[in-house]
Structures are given as structure tokens and as C-alpha cells.
Design a protein around this ligand. Structure first.
Ligand code: 5GP
Length: 188
């Protein structure tokens, strides 16, 4: 039987973390958060090895060269990637890794023949109720600069169109609803 991998994505600000929090504390779902590597600097409160493994650009490039990453992509000049060792570690613990990654990284895994042969990929795209709602949430969150939000606004339609590549599209109207819908998908 193939090991499962959950790929969980959606545009920035759609509310992935809140939905994910609920999924991760649900003991009926044996899922474990896959800690990515990133060249981004830690935000206040972020600890190394918890939300991310924070690495230098040099180290990240070494990981690419050694083929240690199952996927990686660039986001606002920072690189983010998923370690093969992380996926294996979670699998050995008898759990299903949940990869919360950006849309491009997610699509690269879906389209990778080697990966889809090895794993059963459950791909989930979390969709905002509307583009306006998404931009409102981003402004409220306050982690992006005005320029980044404007750049994002231009790219949102393009991102939403990519939802078609995913097996499951879940609308995040309310965290509780999205969580329940995803739980149902995972329990099938
Ligand atoms: P943030 O800097 O806000 O933590 O994350 C920025 C973006 O990077 C988010 O869309 C997040 O899902 C994505 N991301 C986090 N880890 C990975 C990863 O391992 N690979 C890819 N491709 N994207 C990631």
C-alpha cells in the first residue's frame, strides 16, 4: 500500500493555518505537519524546527544539489522546500504528512510522476469565498506590505484558476466548515 501525503494549499491569506490547526489536533486523523526548510527570516515568535527549519541560502542550495527536497519554490525572494527526510520520518511514525505549501510547489508534486507513483497524493485547494474577501483577510493579517498585497491582488485570479489541478477544492467560508469538509475527505 502506498503511503499517503496530504498537499494542502491555497492563496496566501485564505486561512490555511487556522484550518490546519484544527486538523492537526484532531486525534482521529493521524496527520503530522511537515516542517519545511526556508531561507526566510523567522518572524517574532517563530522557533527554529517548529514552524520551519530556517536555513541560509547556501544551505538551501546544497539541499537542492543533494536532491534532498521533494519540491521547492520561491516566494517573495525566499525559497521554501519540503525535505524528503521529513516525509519519511512522519511515515515511519505511522502518520500522514501534511504539506502546507504554495500553489506552485503543490502542482510540481502533483505532476511529478515519480512522486505520484510512490505516494497516494491527496491534494486539497483551500478556496476563499471571493477575491475581495481574500484581500480583506490579507490586509487584516498585516504580515504583508502594501506593495506585496498589490502584487498579490494582480496574481490572485491566476492562482485561483490553478485550483482545477487539485483533486479537492474546499471553500473556506468558515474555518469550522472547511475543517469538517476536509476531515470527511481524509476519512474516506
Ligand atoms: P510564509 O513565509 O508566510 O510562512 O509562507 C509563504 C508561503 O510559502 C506560503 O504559501 C506557504 O504555504 C509556502 N510554503 C511553506 N513551506 C513550503 C514548502 O516547503 N514548499 C513550498 N513550495 N512552499 C512552502
Amino acid at each position: 500500500m502506498k503511503h499517503k501525503i496530504i498537499i494542502f494549499t491555497g492563496p496566501s491569506g485564505v486561512g490555511k493555518s487556522k484550518v490546519e490547526e484544527k486538523l492537526l489536533i484532531d486525534k482521529e486523523l493521524k496527520i503530522s505537519f511537515s516542517i519545511s526548510v526556508t531561507t526566510r527570516k523567522p518572524r517574532i515568535g517563530e522557533k527554529n524546527g517548529e514552524s520551519y527549519h530556517f536555513v541560509t541560502k547556501k544551505k538551501f542550495n546544497e539541499l537542492i544539489e543533494k536532491d534532498d527536497l521533494i519540491e521547492w519554490s520561491e516566494h517573495f525572494s525566499n525559497k521554501y522546500g519540503t525535505l524528503k527526510s521529513e516525509i519519511n520520518k512522519i511515515g515511519k511514525e505511522g502518520k500522514i504528512p501534511l504539506l502546507e505549501i504554495d500553489i506552485n510547489g503543490a502542482i510540481s508534486i502533483i505532476n511529478n510522476k515519480k512522486t505520484s507513483k510512490k505516494f497516494e497524493i491527496i491534494s486539497i485547494f483551500l478556496m476563499p469565498p471571493s477575491k475581495e474577501e481574500l484581500l480583506n483577510r490579507l490586509i487584516k493579517r498585516g504580515t504583508e506590505t502594501k506593495e506585496q498585497i498589490l502584487e498579490r491582488s494582480d496574481r490572485v485570479n491566476e492562482e485561483l484558476e490553478k485550483a482545477i489541478e487539485f483533486k479537492h477544492i474546499v471553500i473556506n467560508d468558515k474555518v469550522e466548515n472547511a475543517y469538517k469538509k476536509i476531515k470527511e475527505i481524509l476519512m474516506r
